[in-house]
Design a protein around this ligand. Structure first.
Ligand SMILES: *Cc1c(COP(=O)(O)O)cnc(C)c1O
Length: 497
């Protein structure tokens, strides 16, 4: 087994271990950490059909986190994928209609972010110990709704850590918001910003890049890290569930060893679908990666034209976790298709920062042929929820619905009947109003919390613990701030100055 080291998408000369990359989060040059070579799976999926989720996760993650000992990594995995999940399968794969839904929402905050954020704190603490870090780690997070709560739940009361979450004050669902503002834990802070997700993400990135701030923090015994999907420690655990889905399809007899599958991923920051691409690069037989967007269809346009153009109106949709115009993790793909060139990638990213646009040259575009971009508008999303319920008695959330609708379009257009896995990224209980009104317009105007019991009756799926808990929990985080006050709020929370 060869060791994997990490360099930056904007600096080829870096040579960090996995634990160093996890601790740092984002590279100082503003780039993202990427493996210096793509490891291969050391076992064939067929050998894994009788394994549980944790074993599969170990066999995938060990290939990327080569400076972790077996014991360290297995301990992290055991602590992450336990009874916090409401099913021992962790991520069940269920067949509905002509697709397989990979349910990634059985963790403590009922969105797929739990798959990575239940393990990230353990990876982070292990990394700190391995590297002799004595500072407290301050996790700075921008959220479009789901990362925030999942990160808070993961880091709540974890010794040696603090966590600050910024969310767009008017850009998350009422249930997402309640989940965050009721978060207990002395080491947690939640702040609503007067801006959208991109503003939050830019503000956080600016703090990571601020050397003067870094020095001030160090003097007070703190250092920043990131729980956003820019952290390689978020991406690696996500690769595991694509391998897992393939193993489950084998176990179900739906495919034979080596058969190709397609995946459809409702996409925002491009982390989830990039994990699928990493799985493919490890040797998993994924044919097409279908990137599903909502009306913020910057990625659809990018895959169709080779031009990434964020200069457009930002639309608030019923799938808020995909309301993003700057998909951070795309940078890792751009770096790959630009021939793993930090120089070329940096030029694209500079152009993006200065003009909001960049265009890939033809030879890079050709390397994107594994991807297909599609999108769905609000009417299509609602139709997808309604049709899936009527045809299969299965209730899906608006993000998953975007993917399901896109899959229908893709299949109609191409006739491609390859067995297909749809990443099901959130429980419908997180978006009861959108879901219930899609199924029956009579619920329009009824607020989210009032529809929880109705959804239970309709779906036959019990109200998850995560929702039950917040129905009566007191609000503990009331702060809001302007975009230019983000840094000051972090310092205030840490008691600096
Ligand atoms: C975060 C999120 C997405 C988008 O995932 P990315 O990795 O950011 O592309 C989609 N659906 C839900 C429910 C999410 O929470």
């Amino acid at each position: 087994m060869s060791n994997v080291y990490y360099k930056s998408t904007r600096d080829d000369s870096l040579h960090l271990t996995a634990s160093q990359a996890i601790l740092q989060g984002l590279s100082r040059d503003g780039g993202l950490f990427v493996p210096d070579h793509m490891p291969r799976l050391s076992v064939s999926p067929k050998e894994l059909v009788s394994c549980g989720y944790r074993e599969v996760a170990y066999l995938v993650m060990k290939e990327f986190l080569t400076d972790f000992t077996e014991e360290e990594l297995r301990t992290c995995i055991d602590r992450a994928y336990d009874e916090k999940f409401d099913t021992p399968e962790i991520a069940p794969l269920v067949q509905k209609g002509d697709a397989w839904f990979l349910e990634l929402f059985h963790g403590s905050t009922i969105a797929f972010k739990d798959m990575a954020l239940s393990i990230l704190p353990h990876l982070m603490i292990t990394s700190a110990r391995k590297n002799g870090i004595t500072n407290d780690i301050v996790i700075l997070t921008a959220t479009s709704g789901d990362t925030g709560k999942a990160a808070l739940a993961g880091f709540d009361s974890v010794e040696g850590t603090r966590i600050v979450v910024f969310y767009p004050k008017d850009g998350v669902s009422p249930i997402q918001k309640r989940q965050m503002v009721t978060q207990p834990g002395k080491n947690t802070k939640v702040i609503g910003i007067h801006g959208n997700f991109d503003d939050a993400q830019n503000g956080v990135k600016a703090m990571f890049g601020d050397r003067a701030l870094e020095k001030e923090l160090a003097e007070a015994g703190f250092q920043f890290s990131s729980a956003n999907s820019i952290n390689i420690g978020r991406l690696v655990p996500q690769v595991a569930y694509y391998v897992w889905s393939y193993v489950r399809l084998l176990a179900e007899g739906a495919i034979s060893e080596g058969d190709p599958i397609n995946v459809v991923v409702p996409t925002g920051n491009f982390g989830n679908i990039l994990a699928a691409y990493y799985a493919k690069n490890m040797g998993l037989p994924i044919a097409k990666l279908i990137c599903a967007s909502n009306e913020n269809k910057v990625l659809f346009d990018f895959f169709r034209t080779g031009t990434y153009d964020r200069n457009r109106e930002f639309v608030l949709t019923s799938s808020p976790s995909m309301d993003i115009l700057i998909s951070s993790n795309l940078e890792r793909l751009i770096w790959l298709v630009a021939g793993e060139s930090a120089e070329k990638n940096s030029a694209f990213m500079r152009s993006l920062a200065e003009t909001g646009v960049y265009t890939l040259p033809e030879e890079s575009r050709e390397k994107l042929s594994d991807f297909a971009g599609y999108y769905t508008d609000e009417a299509g999303t609602a139709e997808s929820i309604r049709d899936t319920y009527r045809e299969c008695g299965y209730v899906i959330d608006p993000h998953t619905a975007v993917a399901a609708h896109v899959y229908r379009q893709y299949r109609k257009e191409t006739g491609d009947a390859t067995p297909t896995v749809i990443a099901s990224t959130a429980s419908p209980y997180k978006f009861t109003h959108s879901v219930m009104t899609a199924i029956d317009p009579k619920y329009d105007g009824v607020e989210d919390f009032a529809l929880i019991d109705e959804l239970e009756k309709l779906s036959g799926v019990a109200v998850p613990r995560a929702v039950e808990e917040i129905r009566s929990a007191p609000v503990v985080h009331k702060d809001t701030c302007e975009i230019n006050e983000m840094q000051a709020s972090v310092k205030e929370f840490l008691g600096i100055q």
